[in-house]
Design a protein around this ligand. Structure first.
Ligand code: CA
Ligand code: CA
Ligand code: CA
Length: 376
């Protein structure tokens, strides 16, 4: 369910075409953007299925921003506490950023039927041959070590690793969405409950998709905030446009009561981010902080209930990616953008929140840091 901040449907205008002809009253006065790269996400297991009979599978997620050539990677299996590999299977194909590949036991009839019914492709591998007390790893061919290990190499746990109801036997294990990389230590004790959610035996419905953490690609250091509350902005959900599941949360707002709303920005080809110091959005005293998502075409959420008013100190907006307030106007505008527009895969959008800051003086205002998300 989406939050009550969701915007109402409205016509989509060709705002990106219009915007070039509109005046952008942005006097870029600084370039102190902190282009902090998000921690790299890698290739790791996003799901493990130990079902009945031959219904065994793993799902591998590409959490990086680059397409991965799977022929450079192997699945390695150790059965029943073996300390040398029982199977090594090479993979194949290309795996796009933030996509998954399902690898099944070749006789996994019920899993294969389920995948076929949903049109989900899969690979087969002899290393997919486990029944609870075995260890499986993802490895880069020719490289030392492992990218991810489920189990404990050289250890026979009896029947399974973990504690009921989250174990490697008669369970489906689904990786937490917050996990950014695999368990590279194959020799320490293994408890799937620390990073996986357990589902009952023969649960196959999650194979073929995974949502990892949002990569925030710009995180403007809040050194230009006023002396008051340095609120922060974060993103959660999916970066996949078709999922239409992205929420922005502002935390650390004044709890004495404030008004806040979000600006967004979209950069067309050839545009780059810039900073406007102490702008006066909507008039009044100059803001204590900077707008640092200027330079592109600029919009703001001004419609009805998507303006936050309150004392909770935090609010969340579930964005409708098919219908965002469009880029249109500059910072000092009296009447900001009222178009709407849809996010397209491959685009990067930026957000920043403006809010009243009573602790900095009557009418004073401030900004959170800015964040950006590249959509797939
Ligand atoms: Ca076994
Ligand atoms: Ca481990
Ligand atoms: Ca999955």
């Amino acid at each position: 369910m989406r939050s009550p901040f969701k915007l109402s449907p409205r016509a989509i205008c060709p705002a990106r075409l219009l915007s070039k002809a509109l005046p952008l009253a942005l006097a870029a006065s600084g370039t102190s953007l902190a282009l902090a790269a998000a921690p790299q996400q890698g290739l790791f297991f996003s799901e493990y299925v130990e079902g009945g009979g031959n219904d065994k599978a793993v799902e591998i997620y590409n959490g990086s921003a680059a397409t991965v050539d799977l022929s450079n990677y192997n699945l390695v299996a150790w059965q029943n506490g073996a300390s040398t590999p029982s199977y090594t299977s090479s993979l194949s194909g290309l795996l796009a950023p933030y996509e998954v590949v399902v690898v099944v036991k070749s006789q996994a009839a019920n899993i294969i039927a389920e995948l076929n019914s949903r049109g989900v492709g899969y690979l087969t591998a002899s290393a997919i041959n486990f029944n609870g007390d075995d260890t499986i790893a993802l490895a880069e061919a020719g490289a030392a070590g492992y990218l991810d290990v489920i189990g404990q190499i050289g250890t026979d746990p009896g029947s399974y690793f973990g504690s009921n109801p989250v174990t490697t036997k008669d369970d489906t294990l689904r990786r937490f969405g917050s996990v950014r990389s695999g368990d590279t230590n194959g020799t320490d004790s293994f408890d799937p409950g620390t990073e996986f959610t357990g589902f009952p035996k023969n649960e196959f419905g999650g194979l073929g998709e995974h949502t990892g953490p949002i990569d925030v690609i710009v995180d403007y250091a809040p050194t230009n905030h006023s002396g008051g509350f340095a609120a922060t902005l974060g993103a959660s959900g999916s970066r996949i446009v078709a999922d239409n599941n992205l929420s922005l949360t502002v935390e650390g707002l004044p709890t004495t009561g404030t008004t806040a709303y979000l600006f967004n920005s979209f950069l067309a080809a050839g545009q780059s981010l810039s900073t406007v110091s102490s702008p006066t959005p909507g008039g009044g005293p100059a803001a204590g902080g900077d707008v640092c998502i200027a330079g592109g075409t600029f919009g703001r959420h001004v419609f009805g209930s998507d303006i936050y008013v309150g004392t909770a100190g935090t609010f969340t907006i579930s964005l409708d990616l098919t219908d965002l307030p469009s880029p249109r106007d500059g910072v000092s505008f009296p009447n900001p953008g009222h178009y709407s527009t849809a996010v397209l895969a491959g685009e990067t959008w930026y957000w920043q929140c403006w809010y009243r800051d009573p602790s900095a003086g009557t009418g004073a205002s401030n900004f959170t840091q800015a964040i950006g998300v590249t959509f797939q």
